[in-house]
Each structure stands twice: as C-alpha cells, then as structure tokens.
Design a protein around this ligand. Structure first.
Ligand SMILES: Nc1ncnc2c1ncn2[C@@H]1O[C@H](COP(=O)(O)OP(=O)(O)OP(=O)(O)O)[C@@H](O)[C@H]1O
Ligand SMILES: [Mg+2]
Length: 262
C-alpha cells in the first residue's frame, strides 16, 4: 500500500545553519501521527516544506505516491497562532479557503455549516474573532482547515496558546472529528501527554540538525477517554518520550549557557 504521506531523506539548511538532516517517515491513510522534539529542531520548517511553501535541499515529499509540487488543497493547515482575519466573521473566515479555491458552491456551503456545528459554533457564525474566546477561535481555524476537505490535516502546536482545560476539550474535539471524518493527521506538539493521548504513532525528533531519533507506536485502545491519562500505561509512554527528549533539552540549555559565558 502506498503511504498517504511519504517523506524521504529530507534535508534543509538556512545558510550555514543545517536545520534538518535526512528526515524520513511515512504516514498511513487515516493515521494520526504526532511529532515532538525540542524547540528549534526544525518542526515548523518540516511543516512548511509539507505545505509547499519552503523547498527542501534534498529528499522529497509525496502524497498518495505523487511528488509534491507547491501548495494545494489536498492539505489543510492549522497554525500555532490563530490566523483568523479580524474583519471577517466566523462564517467568512471558515469559508476563506473555499473562496480562494473558487469552490464556494451550495454543497460546500452546507458542509461548512455542518463543520461549524460539529465544532459547536453554529450560533456564532456572525460573530467577529474579537467577540469569541481563544478556544473558539482555534475551533474556527480547525473548521476552516477541514472545510476544504483536505486529504491530510496538518497542525502546528494548534492548542499551545490555550489554557489546560480548553486544551483538553480541543483534544477530545480533534479526536472526535478525526474518528468521524477519518482524516490523515500530522500533529506537532510540545506537550508530550497531548502526543501520547492523540497519536497512533509519535515521531521523536532530535536536535541540531533535526533528525528522526525514534518512532513510537502508541498502543492504547480507542476510543480514549480523558481518564486514560491517569493509567500506568499512559504514564509509561510519557516517560519514554520524555527520556528521549530530556537529553536534548539539557543540551540546548547548556549551549545557551556556554554562548553567554564571558
Ligand atoms: N526562514 C528562515 N531563515 C533562517 N533561519 C530559519 C528560517 N526558518 C527557520 N530558521 C531556523 O531554523 C531552526 C528551526 O526552526 P523551526 O521554526 O523549524 O523550529 P521548531 O522546531 O518549529 O521550533 P519551536 O518548537 O520553537 O517552534 C531555527 O534555528 C530557526 O532559527
Ligand atoms: Mg515551531
């Protein structure tokens, strides 16, 4: 079976700075994969290459066996900072991607309505971003990414700006949407527990330059209620990922100390 998303031998430098080195992994159809790694290891750069807005120096990316050439509606994105336009209502923001693609027909209008309902925002279609909460804004971002019906949904730390409780609600929301729509999802996060909770598989990146340190299958049964986070199995996965990343975190702190030493 061809992988939904296939990344092979990807490398990238910015001038003298080697950011990613020989990154390879595959994502199966309808799989939910999380990427974790220390700050600055190149996660966003990797995502920008998958988006087609940054070109790799070596290696390549393909979707359904076809090599990627630039941006396209087969991929939906949710970025870390909410990217809603303040002068557009919730509805106008949700249909933005469809508008850009020139595909705002009655069927897609109806589907976007359904999506806003799914994320609990039906009553807020006429509101402006500054009239709704941060969690609601991220749900608009999610609805907008899904409205174009992408094959692959890609998210860069989408919940990091949210408080702990809202984040948990959004995790459940994402899991529900993923289960109902059965999308292929690539999810970047700093929160190890978030990665373990959501993912079928976690790709752990190492730093300087970014490389695939390890890939871990998360064999926790689904559906996963929030209470799974209190089980020993869950804790063991979190420890395992943290042990892999810990060394890098200390190394980066050490590097900063040395860089500032007189
Ligand atoms: N356009 C660019 N020009 C030069 N350097 C860049 C550019 N984009 C990223 N970098 C550098 O590449 C490295 C990786 O950045 P990137 O944003 O991909 O990291 P990250 O893993 O997403 O970090 P974080 O977890 O903090 O979001 C950083 O050192 C950054 O300064
Ligand atoms: Mg980043």
């Amino acid at each position: 079976m061809t992988a939904k998303l296939d990344i092979w031998g990807l490398s990238k430098s910015f001038g003298d700075l080697e950011v990613l080195k020989d990154i390879s992994f595959k994502i199966k159809d309808q799989e939910l994969v999380a990427i974790v790694g220390p700050s600055g290891c190149g996660k966003t750069t990797l995502l920008r290459m998958i988006a087609g807005i940054e070109t790799p120096d070596g290696g390549g990316i393909s979707i359904d066996g076809k090599a990627l050439k630039g941006p396209g509606p087969d991929r939906g994105f949710v970025f870390q900072q909410d990217s809603l336009f303040p002068w557009r209502t919730v509805w106008q923001n949700a249909v933005l991607g469809l508008e850009i693609d020139g595909k705002l027909d009655s069927e897609r209008v109806a589907r976007t309505r359904e999506l806003l309902k799914l994320v609990g925002l039906s009553k807020f279609e006429k509101y402006y971003p500054n009239q709704i909460s941060g969690g609601m804004r991220q749900r608009v971002n999610l609805a907008r990414a899904l409205a174009i019906d992408p094959k692959v949904l890609i998210m860069d730390e989408p919940f990091s700006a949210l408080d702990a409780q809202t984040r948990e609600i959004m995790q459940l929301e994402l899991m529900r949407i993923w289960q109902e729509g059965r999308k292929t999802v690539l999810f970047i996060t700093h929160q190890i527990d978030e990665a373990v909770f959501l993912a079928d598989r976690i790709v752990v990146l190492g730093r300087r330059p970014g490389w695939v340190r390890e890939t871990i299958d998360i064999d926790l049964p689904r559906p996963r209620p929030l209470s799974v986070k209190r089980t020993p199995e869950f804790g063991a996965y979190v420890d395992r990922v943290w042990n892999l990343i810990e060394r890098d975190v200390y190394a980066s702190v050490q590097e900063d100390i040395e860089a500032t030493a007189p």
